[in-house]
Design a protein around this ligand. Structure first.
Ligand SMILES: Nc1ncnc2c1ncn2[C@@H]1O[C@H](COP(=O)(O)OP(=O)(O)O)[C@@H](O)[C@H]1O
Ligand SMILES: [Mg+2]
Length: 324
């Protein structure tokens, strides 16, 4: 079942064109020149119910703009978005009731209220039924331990506590879709862990469809069955993370400590990447050979003190995709 259907989405912004140098800055002041900037440039994708998709891209790629259009905050220049069959532009109220949104850089809580009072106010604004509200608060407390901070004023919450509060706020009306724009930004390991746990649990328990924008690739690795990578407003990759890794960097690494560093390691399936004292980093193609075979080959020829096997880091893969 398709929950989100984005077709040929475009968003242009009119921006002033910057001229170079001091003289240019002067001319800009007197006679500013405008130009069209394509923040989202013909993006199409579909999300099935229950998918957790990582929406990735370098800064300025157009991620937040896409999210804002999908939840009806911005109007697209052209193209269409359908949320469970409805257009956010034409059916704002109905669509909003199906969506939860969290922007990591902002809060929807009220600085001057206690966290619990903020929830109460949101409950009234969104006319959330009493029973549903109580049930959801209870559920959210199980996952995010919200009761221990519910009486704190929002302005006194730490960043991680505030984010827990924002996540609860976004789920009070049981939305079917959750947009999370950088929910783990600036958080410590503990807070990131609880947020990932939250995303996993709501997805498993309620089948919530999640779009997650993040720079933290551990988030992606632990949560996302699929990633969409955009750059300059266009989609450059869309598929399962493993497929991307297999295509771009189908390698594994053997890190070997020798008793005595060999002069040369000649093996047709091994590429030497780096040497440091008696330690050597070796790369091999994981579809062509296995770590077990290489370890046995090496230990026949050399005295090995210790070794470990490493996977390709997804940072490296994603960095390579951004470059292309
Ligand atoms: N209201 C706006 N007016 C002009 N340019 C904008 C506006 N909002 C975003 N942009 C530009 O559009 C591009 C994409 O922004 P954004 O979607 O926030 O990127 P991301 O979230 O991927 O970092 C950026 O270059 C940004 O400066
Ligand atoms: Mg952004």
């Amino acid at each position: 079942m398709v929950m989100i259907d984005v077709q040929n989405l475009r968003k242009d912004f009119i921006v002033s064109k910057k001229k170079k140098g001091l003289r240019g800055a002067f001319v800009d002041l007197i006679k500013p020149e405008k130009e069209i900037f394509h923040a989202v440039d013909d993006i199409s994708f579909q999300l099935e119910k229950g998918e957790i998709v990582g929406y990735l891209g370098p800064n300025g790629a157009g991620k937040s703009t896409t999210v804002k259009i999908m939840c009806g905050i911005l109007q697209p220049t052209s193209g269409s978005v359908m949320i469970n069959g409805l257009s956010p532009a034409a059916n704002r109220k109905e669509v909003v009731s199906k969506l939860g949104v969290v922007f990591g850089q902002r809060t929807q809580l009220f600085w001057d209220l206690r966290l619990g009072e903020s929830f109460e106010l949101l409950k009234r604004i969104y006319r959330i039924d009493d029973n549903l509200y109580q049930t959801n608060l209870k559920l959210m407390d199980d996952v995010l331990q919200i009761n221990e901070i519910i009486d704190k004023p929002v302005r006194q919450l730490s960043l991680g506590q505030r984010m827990r509060g924002d996540l609860v706020a976004s789920m009070l009306h049981s939305p079917e879709i959750l947009f999370l724009d950088e929910p783990t930004i600036g958080l410590d390991v503990e807070a990131k862990y609880s947020i990932r746990k939250f995303i996993k649990e709501i997805n498993q328990n309620f089948g919530t469809t999640v779009i997650l924008t993040t720079h933290d690739l551990d988030d992606v690795e632990q949560l996302c069955s699929r990633i969409i990578i955009i750059n300059h407003g266009k989609i450059i990759e869309d598929g399962p993370l493993e497929m991307l890794i297999d295509r771009i960097a189908p390698y594994r690494y053997l890190i070997v400590d020798f008793y005595k560093l060999p002069e040369e390691i000649n093996h047709p399936e091994i590429e030497v990447m780096k040497k440091e004292n008696t330690r050597v980093w070796l790369r091999f193609e994981k579809n062509k050979t296995s770590a077990a075979k290489l370890i046995s080959d090496l230990s026949l020829r050399y005295q090995i003190r210790d070794l470990s096997v490493e996977e390709t880091k997804i940072e490296d893969v994603v960095r390579q995709v951004y470059k292309s």
